[in-house]
Design a binder for this molecule. Structure first.
Ligand code: GUN
Length: 305
């Protein structure tokens, strides 16, 4: 068996063209341009790459984006002040703080200072809690799901891969990928297991997976003998090897012969993360402009004093 490639680059582009651009055009009729503010502290080289990708994708879809850069040693209060300003800026519908933050920052305090309605990374406790309680028909109606696991969900759906009743094994239990991934697929009625760094005998779990999602940050962690024949393998890892090559967490050349579907690295999950950030930002703009219109109507209809 040779696995079919799930081409996240192409699927991301299709979603931006067919789904997001029409929504941006519809908002334009109400005089609204979705706006995203990206806060970057210090000069982490990986963050620079990610922020560049986000900015380009925003431009392509017609979303306004602005980057707010701070030096590595900026006082935390200055960043909190900027977030407070962006929270009340009605041209900005989404705010993200690029992670990781320098060590002197209290990451939770910073993330919790973003208005949940503008938290398009889905990292605020309100949005995490919403994911646990699973409000909304598709799990994404009232909250913002974190972009990477949301992107994986969309990749599976776009490829017509069934989720309900499937054995899903997630390798990695981070707040950004593993945990929200489990909640999103649980919502879709999968049977979900989460493995992590303390899991004994990882292969004993991975071999049972109909859908294996790997987000551990360890090159070649998943070898062909750990994968069931015909499994769907989603590689969220992005690792730069000493020779400069970018690889995932899965031994691609080995596992591609055993899986039914596999995501490449690069060009698999990565482009979906950026697309889902834009999807959340457009969604935020839709919700905020609808609320604004209701508020304006209320004002127009109220008796003059
Ligand atoms: N750093 C690594 N991944 C992410 C992400 O999805 N969002 C933000 N803000 N920072 C990150």
């Amino acid at each position: 068996m040779t696995a079919k490639l799930i081409d996240g680059k192409a699927i991301g582009k299709r979603i931006r063209e067919d789904e997001l651009k029409p929504k941006v055009e519809a908002l334009a009729k109400h005089g609204v341009v979705p706006g995203l503010a990206v806060i970057v502290v210090g000069d982490n080289p990986a963050s620079k790459v990610y922020v560049g990708q986000k900015t380009r994708a925003c431009e392509e879809v017609g979303v306004h984006s602005e980057t707010h850069k701070f030096p590595e040693d900026v006082p935390q209060a200055a960043v909190l002040k900027r977030i407070a300003e962006l929270n009340v800026n009605n041209k900005i519908h989404g705010i993200i703080v690029q992670l990781p933050l320098p060590a002197q920052f209290d990451m939770r305090l910073i993330l919790e200072s973003i208005l949940p309605a503008k938290d398009v990374d889905g990292f605020h406790m309100y949005n995490v809690g919403g994911l646990v309680l699973q409000t909304g028909d598709d799990g994404a109606e009232n909250i913002f799901p974190p972009c990477t696991p949301y992107g994986v969900q969309r990749l599976l759906e776009y490829s017509d891969i069934p989720i309900e009743g499937q054995n899903v094994v997630i390798v990695g239990s981070s707040n950004i990928v593993g945990k929200p991934m489990a909640l999103i697929l649980l919502r879709k009625n999968a049977t979900v297991s989460i493995c992590h760094i303390k899991t004994r005998d990882l292969a004993q779990f991975t071999i049972l997976a109909d859908i294996l999602v790997v987000a551990a940050g360890v090159p070649n962690l998943i070898l062909p003998q750990m994968v069931k024949t015909g499994a769907v393998v989603i590689d969220v890892g992005i690792n730069r090897l000493d020779n400069g090559k970018l690889v995932g967490d899965v031994d691609f050349d080995g596992v591609v012969k055993k899986a039914s579907y596999i995501t490449p690295v690069p060009g698999g999950v990565g482009p979906m993360t950026v697309t889902m950030l834009i999807a959340n930002t457009v969604n935020a703009a839709e919700r905020q402009s609808a609320q604004q219109r209701v508020a304006n109507q209320g004002q127009a209809g109220s008796p003059a004093l």
